[in-house]
Structures are given as structure tokens and as C-alpha cells.
Ligand binder design. Structure first.
Ligand SMILES: Cc1cc2nc3c(=O)[nH]c(=O)nc-3n(C[C@H](O)[C@H](O)[C@H](O)COP(=O)(O)O)c2cc1C
Length: 164
């Protein structure tokens, strides 16, 4: 490895990010597979593409990279409990969370999220120990509110600097 594992982890802790939940319905089932992510990025305007990265060793990896559609919910400031829930290993999560189902694509979405995005899987790229999943946005909605952020292993909220 070119740099130490510890330095690499420090790089991760040095970056702040918005927190989202990406989820899909397991094939032929009502069961939801999903995880908390901070790797969501809007990728392309035309066509409208978004992407996220998923670690190969998560339990959700296989269903998430093979599913035909998925939902991304950008969490609002008050939704850290939901972020914590979906960051736990799947087998330790206990009770199911309530979901909205997409109006155009059958995908699970977090109610009251700052944005709900309904995607059809467009491309999956393998890269290192992650896959990069690109989704074509079929439908989306946003609501007024503040985002949930993550920095240095803590959830937080956005505070604008005075004077812009
Ligand atoms: C704030 C935050 C952001 C995360 N971002 C990602 C991410 O972008 N990609 C990823 O694969 N895991 C990410 N994780 C870790 C997953 O949420 C976690 O490994 C997964 O939910 C564990 O469940 P599973 O292995 O049963 O699927 C993140 C965790 C937290 C707390």
C-alpha cells in the first residue's frame, strides 16, 4: 500500500459529507435492503445521473449492485436516528423502518427526507474494494429543510458563515 491504513482512515475522517440512505426491495419481496451512505453525488445533468459507492464486504453489496432500481433519500437534519439504523449491520437492525414507495419506480424511500430520488440502475463500475453504482433518475422530489451532515465520526448540521 502506498500510504498506511491509518492515514487513509484519517483522510476519510477529514472529509465532511451529506448523509443519505440508498435502498431497494429484494427481488420478488417486500423486504428492504439498504444502507447509510455519504458517497452520493449528482453526476450528469443530461441524462440525469447520480452515483454512490458501496463497499464490497457489506451484506447489502450483492442485492444493491444487481438490483434493477433503487431509491436514494437525502436525510434531513432531524433524521440521524435513521442514519444510525441503516449504518448498523443488517442482522442487528431489529425493527423495520417505515418507507414511502416511489411514485414512478418501485423503490423504498425515507419519509420526510430532504430529497427522494427514484433511480433505475444505469451502470456499475468495480473500483478497488468498492463498486460505483450509477443510477438514471426517473423521478425525484425535494422539500425545504436542513441537511444531515457527517464529519469526524459525528452527525451534525450545516451552519452558514456570516456574510456569505
Ligand atoms: C455516515 C456514514 C456514511 C457511510 N457511507 C458509506 C458509503 O458511502 N458506502 C458504503 O458502502 N458504506 C458506507 N457506510 C457504511 C454502511 O452504512 C454500513 O457498512 C452498512 O450499512 C453495514 O450494513 P451491511 O453490511 O449489513 O450492509 C457509511 C456509514 C456511515 C455512518
Amino acid at each position: 500500500m502506498a500510504i498506511s491504513g491509518e492515514l487513509y482512515r484519517q483522510l476519510g475522517r477529514a472529509s465532511a459529507g451529506a448523509v443519505s440512505v440508498v435502498a431497494t426491495y429484494e427481488e420478488d419481496s417486500e423486504a428492504v435492503v439498504g444502507l447509510t451512505i455519504s458517497s452520493y453525488v449528482t453526476l450528469s445533468y443530461e441524462p440525469p445521473l447520480v452515483m454512490y459507492a458501496i463497499q464490497r464486504h457489506t451484506a447489502s453489496y450483492s442485492p444493491m449492485v444487481t438490483c434493477r432500481s433503487f431509491g436514494i433519500s437525502l436525510l434531513a437534519a432531524g433524521q440521524s436516528g435513521i442514519a444510525r439504523h441503516f449504518a448498523q449491520p443488517r442482522r442487528e437492525r431489529g425493527t423495520q423502518m417505515p418507507f414511502d414507495t416511489g411514485a414512478h419506480v418501485r423503490v423504498p424511500l425515507i419519509p420526510q427526507a430532504l430529497a427522494q430520488i427514484e433511480c433505475v440502475t444505469n451502470e456499475v463500475f468495480m473500483s478497488g474494494d468498492h463498486a460505483i453504482v450509477v443510477g438514471l433518475v426517473e423521478a425525484a422530489r425535494t422539500r425545504e429543510g436542513e441537511p444531515l451532515l457527517y464529519f469526524g465520526r459525528q452527525y451534525g448540521i450545516f451552519a452558514p458563515l456570516p456574510g456569505r
